[in-house]
Design a protein around this ligand. Structure first.
Ligand SMILES: *[C@@H]1O[C@H](CO)[C@@H](O)[C@H](O)[C@H]1NC(C)=O
Ligand SMILES: *[C@@H]1O[C@H](CO)[C@@H](O)[C@H](O)[C@H]1NC(C)=O
Ligand SMILES: *[C@@H]1O[C@H](CO)[C@@H](O)[C@H](O)[C@H]1NC(C)=O
Ligand SMILES: *[C@@H]1O[C@H](CO)[C@@H](O)[C@H](O)[C@H]1NC(C)=O
Ligand SMILES: *[C@@H]1O[C@H](CO)[C@@H](O)[C@H](O)[C@H]1NC(C)=O
Ligand SMILES: *[C@@H]1O[C@H](CO)[C@@H](O)[C@H](O)[C@H]1NC(C)=O
Length: 468
């Protein structure tokens, strides 16, 4: 399965809902739990207006048993009642992740946004702002503007001054299921003032649907991030320090040199405090280092990350146009959240119906976190948007905020990996780095069927032929 994520700030409203309009059938509206269902081929998902969140993703495992592989609640009304608010499946906005000291400066004007993270004596509400503030986008109900059998589009209007951010932002989020792919397209327009925008999908994954009777953790999920050679250095409350650190081969943060189980180094002392003070695990912003590829099409270049479980045989490939990738290993889950009725084991005392610590991972494609407070990283063109921006400023530097991404559940017939087509069966093998290298070499030498990758009009081609 592919999660495709796109976000276009200011654009010729590339009408994300046109694809919805094209697709078959009109959606039926919400079910009795307030969920809107859409289907692909072998995959089904439910969404809710609260945070434009995914609440269920159903897919068959290698034995043909249906699994629900994302966390959430049983009904839409509970999302606003739950007080823990783990950002289950929503769209954090208008600025994902942390903002240092809840402030930033644009054109010499300093803005203060509402803090909601790491409370201290001096700052009882928080030392920083996380995921857009205490009433960020994923605490609000979006509007459903289109719903078909295979696609749903949500919109939100975020007013000038809300949570302290300058200017109005209008956003559309479209989710589409095609075959086994989940495409995510996010468009956000700064309509009145320059403002930071960074969106992501905050989906929590357990590829066994919490039904693995050997383990309820994701320690045995295999993870690979072929471009993740570096990470953003953070202090003990996870605020970037400005340093970009190397993920040395063999270190706990090395997921680039080869695929590795999430829990492979669970007992390595280096993992302690790796996700902030007294936190063992991952809550880490990796950079996606693909500059060496030259011009490339993120849709075909290969996944920025792959997650798979041998137990279920389900594999997730994440394709994205974004330059960073946050991995969070559910270190803050403590068993107080219940599983959905569609997940888990029943009447098994070894596996109570809760989400345990390390029971899930969140994979967030986004830009360098807190880039608005690190001008030396030069992320402004990817993080600050205003009404005067040229929507065709370019695909690479351009107005896409959280880029297009696809979560792809790989079908065995998918060409680069050459699997046999199997009814509903999913690939349980990881793409091997040498295959990716080979494809790249083939393309570079013109042996591949795909063309135009190195053409001079690459950006233009992509922008105009963009499939969304
Ligand atoms: C909604 O889901 C929550 C959490 O699973 C549950 O406690 C509650 O009873 C449900 N409410 C309704 C109306 O189904
Ligand atoms: C958001 O929608 C849910 C149902 O989807 C509803 O229960 C809740 O009251 C709504 N919240 C607001 C603030 O409108
Ligand atoms: C943090 O922001 C406050 C105002 O909200 C300001 O007074 C203070 O100087 C800032 N601290 C740092 C370290 O920038
Ligand atoms: C675990 O599940 C498998 C497949 O459902 C079953 O064959 C096996 O007996 C189970 N093991 C335990 C210890 O329950
Ligand atoms: C599962 O993970 C644990 C902890 O990392 C490891 O000891 C064990 O060998 C793994 N099991 C499999 C089947 O890979
Ligand atoms: C560190 O975390 C553990 C559990 O994760 C907790 O029991 C302990 O009190 C924490 N220690 C400190 C100093 O916060």
């Amino acid at each position: 399965m592919y999660v495709k994520q796109c976000l276009l700030g200011l654009a010729v409203l590339a009408l994300p809902w046109t694809s919805a309009a094209k697709s078959k059938g009109k959606g039926k509206g919400p079910d009795s739990d307030g969920k809107y269902w859409i289907s692909g081929d072998g995959i089904k998902a439910a969404f809710i207006p609260y945070g434009a969140s995914i609440s269920n993703l159903l897919i068959k495992d290698q034995y043909g048993i249906q699994r629900d592989i994302v966390t959430g609640f049983d009904n839409a009304s509970y999302y606003g009642i739950d007080t823990q608010h783990p950002h289950f499946g929503g769209v954090p906005g208008r600025y994902a992740n942390r903002i240092k000291n809840s402030s930033f400066t644009i054109d010499d004007e300093t803005y203060h946004v509402t803090p909601n993270d790491n409370p201290t004596k001096q700052s009882p509400k928080g030392a920083d702002t996380l995921h857009g503030g205490p009433d960020g986008w994923d605490y609000r109900n979006f509007t459903v503007v289109a719903h078909t059998d295979s696609s749903i589009t949500f919109s939100i209007v975020d007013p000038d001054g809300k949570e302290g951010f300058p200017g109005e932002v209008v956003s559309y989020v479209t989710y589409t299921l095609t075959g086994l792919d989940w495409d995510i397209k996010m468009v956000a327009l700064a309509t009145t003032k320059k403002t930071p925008i960074m969106l992501s999908s905050h989906t929590y994954w357990n590829l066994d649907g919490f039904s693995n009777n050997d383990t309820s953790s994701v320690f045995n999920h295999t993870f690979h991030m072929p471009y993740g050679g570096q990470r953003v250095g953070v202090d003990n409350i996870l605020i970037p320090t400005g340093e970009i650190l190397p993920n040395k081969k063999g270190s706990v943060n090395d997921f680039w040199s080869k695929p590795k189980q999430i829990g492979a180094q669970a007992n390595d002392p280096e993992l302690k405090n790796n996700c902030g003070f007294n936190c063992t695990g991952y809550d880490t912003c990796f950079t996606v280092n693909r500059g060496h590829l030259g011009a490339y099409d993120w849709r075909t270049e290969g996944p920025v990350a792959t997650l798979s479980s041998d137990w279920s045989g389900i594999q997730l490939d994440v394709y994205s146009d974004q330059d960073a990738f946050q991995l969070y290993s559910c270190t803050q889950q403590d068993g107080s959240m219940a599983l959905k009725k569609t997940q888990g084991l029943f009447d098994n005392p070894d596996f109570p119906r809760i989400i345990p610590r390390y029971g899930c991972v969140v994979l967030e494609v986004q830009d360098f976190i807190d880039g608005i407070n690190h001008p030396e990283w030069m992320r402004d063109r990817k993080q600050i948007f205003g009404p005067g921006d040229d929507p065709r400023r370019g695909f690479v530097a351009g107005p896409r905020l959280c880029g297009c991404g696809t979560v792809r559940t790989r079908d065995r017939a998918d060409p680069p990996w050459g699997f046999q087509k199997g009814a509903g069966a999913l690939n349980s093998q990881l793409p091997r780095a040498p295959d990716i290298q080979r494809q790249r070499a083939e393309r570079a030498s013109g042996r591949s069927g795909r063309s135009g990758r190195h053409g001079p009009h690459q950006d233009e081609t992509l922008a105009s032929e963009s499939d969304w």
